[in-house]
Design a binder for this molecule. Structure first.
Ligand code: GLC
Length: 752
């Protein structure tokens, strides 16, 4: 009998393998419904193979390492590998998975392709400054095509953390402070990455991250706790993620922060109740790097087994480099702390994405290597850099027309690595076209470009080169000083308490100003910086968030007037570090600033305590940003007139139709980002002073006018009220249309 059973088992296995080999299994049939394939494969998996699918490891090279990876993959212990970046390694691993693992389940190869792979686009904060969904989508598409040529089919982007604190280094990776802008651009990026058909070999799975609230890290210090109340969570931080689910994003990533004491990686209310039950998300959730294990130092879990238990039961499907699931899930199942049903659901989520990506049919690299740095990709990156550049000041100095000699200087004028910005793992600095190179190549035949960086890097505190540099500046017609931050000064783990220009940059700018020559300052950075003095002494100020591979040609074209700048601030620029967090759509408070307050140095000695103004402002810094969200100039001169609404009152299921006349009174074709804001004058809870609800890019020739129209469903005015219900509340509203969050062309209306 003993042999009988063994014989039967062998026969079954052999039969199964024959069927499998003949592709007879449903999961091997490309034309079978995905869910049938998922369920069929699941039914054939052992518990170890199931747990293996929930385990993500970070690849590292080496002969011995490769043997280890292939052995682990053959055993079915790895569902995904991140940081594999050569087609040979990817295919070698995949070959083992497809041909030697028992069921031939492909490995999902992943990489952080945050704003481009080989062709590097502006950092996401710069892409946000374009207010251009199409260019953000195109950037995602280009990144996906290039990454897929190295076997990457999953990336950990878009990051859609609402970021209101300029001290936080990861503001660089965000789309800024506004929920509406971040939502639109995150969805655009997902469309670009995942393409029309995720199973296309050039499509890669996007990842909605970091779920949720990471951008509210207290005091802007990375990884710090957050204290986001439920209503703000619903109305400010969650909307981009909800939209990502509706856009079909295939994966989510939990965030490092604990919110009100609960780490996001162990937050069942968010991961099950909201993400799955309320929103119906069908993809899978991956932890952030080690964030399961990090619930131990959080003080949320006593040990790794408990961390695995709490993360898994909260709804985290895959463990990124935490070794928690591969080490403890089996024992947790045996002890009954984790149910087999939940394991099956998690595995199905992962398998579903793999089937949707077509990995079983196309496990190997098919995208040709030639796509990397394709000239069309460079053109797209150059366009993105151009659209992301924000002109804040121009006292008639720009564009540089008729100048014969330009003194180009500053630590970021010829900095190919820095120009790419943070989270640029795979861009090659040799491909970067710097501002210095572009100015020489594109305009050097007509204009003498004298270049001396003076400061060799942004943190350079040496002032020794300043006198010589200034003598060169004095001999030129105009100074172009490219200042700002090296890329390492923003991004993960790089929050700054003092967000002013580092090193001796301020001293150097003062010396340049003292030469009396027109001073064009380009600030290239990963964050909103506090630059009030730069604002005072510059004759022109161009603000650029690390613009990527083609930033040089784009900025040179703008400086010399081949194109007009059109970028708008996706974040408020503070006057002082101490103002952060700072954002336009704050609540009015009971004592709004009046602008008539007495500032600290204007107060008389022994001034009576209440004589200087008892309103919400800083005694030393006043109130408000240096430049507001949505602000940016161009070489045109835009005026707004004739704002009209199709009614004075609306029902909650109605649509507001607004129109405005936009005129370009300037002498150059230019593009304006027309913005529509709404103020809700009162509600069952206090409301933001105004909120962005629509935007549109409009290009006009000199002296051309057009009517810009918007349709705004009244339901877009909904918010989470006192009763925690999301609804439109009747009341008085004002609609504004203009070129920044300070738009003052207004029309009142009611919702009944
Ligand atoms: C990092 C980041 C996350 C990234 C992941 C993989 O720590 O928080 O955004 O995608 O690890 O590199």
């Amino acid at each position: 009998m003993k042999y009988g059973k063994a014989l039967m088992a062998t026969l079954l296995l052999a039969t199964g393998n024959m069927l499998y080999a003949a592709g007879g299994f449903t999961y091997k049939k490309a034309d079978a419904p995905v869910e049938d394939r998922v369920n069929d494969l699941l039914s054939r998996m052992t518990i170890d193979e199931k747990i293996g699918q929930l385990n993500q490891r970070s690849f590292y090279e080496g002969e011995e390492a490769m043997k280890m990876w292939q052995s682990e993959v053959q055993a079915g212990n790895i569902g995904s590998l991140l940081n594999i970046v050569t087609p040979d390694n990817a295919d070698a691993i995949q070959k083992v998975a497809m041909e030697k693992s028992r069921l031939g389940t492909p490995v999902l190869m992943a990489r952080d392709v945050i704003h481009g792979y080989k062709t590097v686009f502006p950092i996401p904060l710069g892409q946000a400054a374009t207010f251009d969904d199409a260019i953000v989508e195109l950037g995602g598409r280009v990144a996906a095509v290039e990454a897929s040529s190295d076997g990457i089919r999953w990336t950990f982007t878009p990051m859609m953390d609402i970021s209101r604190d300029a001290r936080w280094g990861r503001i660089a990776e965000s789309f800024g402070e506004d929920t509406y802008l971040s939502t639109r651009l995150a969805v655009a990026n997902i469309r670009g990455l995942q393409g029309e058909d995720p199973s296309d070999p050039t499509s890669i799975a996007a990842c909605a991250k970091h779920f949720v609230g990471y951008g509210a890290s207290e005091s802007g210090r990375d990884y710090n706790s957050t204290y986001i109340p439920p209503r703000q969570l619903r109305d400010v931080y969650l909307p981009p993620f909800k939209a990502a689910v509706e856009a079909g994003v295939l994966t989510f990533m939990t965030s490092f922060n604990d919110n009100d004491g609960v780490p996001a990686t162990g937050n069942r209310a968010l991961l099950k109740d909201v993400l799955r039950d309320e929103w119906g998300f069908k993809g899978f959730v991956v932890s952030d790097w080690g964030s399961i294990q990090q619930m131990i130092p959080h003080g949320f879990c006593p040990d790794l087994s408990n961390a695995a238990d709490r993360a898994f039961n909260a709804g985290v499907d895959m463990d990124m480099e935490g070794y928690a699931y591969i080490s403890h899930l089996k024992q947790l199942i045996e002890s009954g702390k984790v149910s087999m049903g939940d394991i099956d659901n998690a595995v199905k989520n992962v398998l579903r994405v793999k089937f949707m990506l077509g990995l079983f049919e196309n496990p190997y690299v098919v995208t040709p290597q030639s796509v990397k740095y394709d000239q069309l990709h460079h053109c797209a990156a150059r366009k993105a850099a151009e659209l992301s550049s924000i002109l804040l000041i121009n006292y008639g100095v720009l564009p540089l027309k008729g100048v014969k000699k330009v003194f180009l200087t500053g630590p970021l004028a010829d900095a190919p690595h820095e120009q790419m910005g943070t989270w640029t793992f795979d861009g090659e600095k040799s491909r970067t076209v710097t501002i210095a190179k572009a100015m020489r190549d594109q305009f050097g035949s007509d204009v003498e470009i004298v270049f001396d960086p003076c400061l060799t890097f942004s943190r350079d505190r040496s002032t020794a080169g300043i006198p010589q540099a200034c003598s060169k500046a004095a001999a030129a017609d105009v100074i172009v000083a490219v200042m700002g931050e090296e890329s390492i000064l923003s991004g993960e783990g790089h929050s700054r308490a003092d967000i002013t220009l580092p090193g001796a940059q301020n001293e150097y700018l003062e010396a340049l100003k003292a030469t009396g020559k027109p001073l064009v300052t380009v600030v290239m950075t990963g964050r909103p910086m506090a630059i009030p003095r730069v604002d005072e002494i510059s004759d022109a100020l161009l603000y650029v968030f690390h613009p990527g591979t083609m930033g040089g040609p784009a900025i040179a074209d703008i400086l010399f007037g081949k194109v007009s700048p059109s970028g708008k601030l996706p974040v408020s620029l503070p006057r002082f570090s101490g103002q952060t967090p700072l954002y336009y759509n704050q609540h009015a408070t009971g004592r709004p600033a009046t602008g008539k307050e007495t500032l600290m140095y204007d107060a008389p000695i022994e001034a009576p305590m209440t004589s200087t103004g008892c309103s919400s402002y800083y005694f030393d810094a006043g109130f408000g940003p240096l430049y507001p969200f949505g602000y940016g100039l161009s070489y045109g001169r835009f005026t707004y007139s004739d704002l009209c609404l199709d009614s004075g009152s609306y029902t909650p299921d109605g649509t507001i139709r607004a129109s405005v006349t936009l005129t370009n009174d300037g002498d150059m074709e230019a593009t304006e980002v027309v913005q529509l804001y709404v103020k809700d004058h009162f509600g069952s809870v206090t409301r933001p002073v105004r909120e962005l609800k629509q935007y549109s890019r409009v290009t006009l020739k000199p002296h051309e006018s057009t009517t810009v129209r918007f349709e705004l469903p009244v339901k877009e005015l909904a918010f989470t009220g006192l009763d925690m219900k999301y609804a439109v509340e009747p009341g008085d509203f004002t609609l504004y249309i203009g070129g920044s969050s300070k738009a003052d062309l207004a029309k009142d209306f009611k919702v009944n």
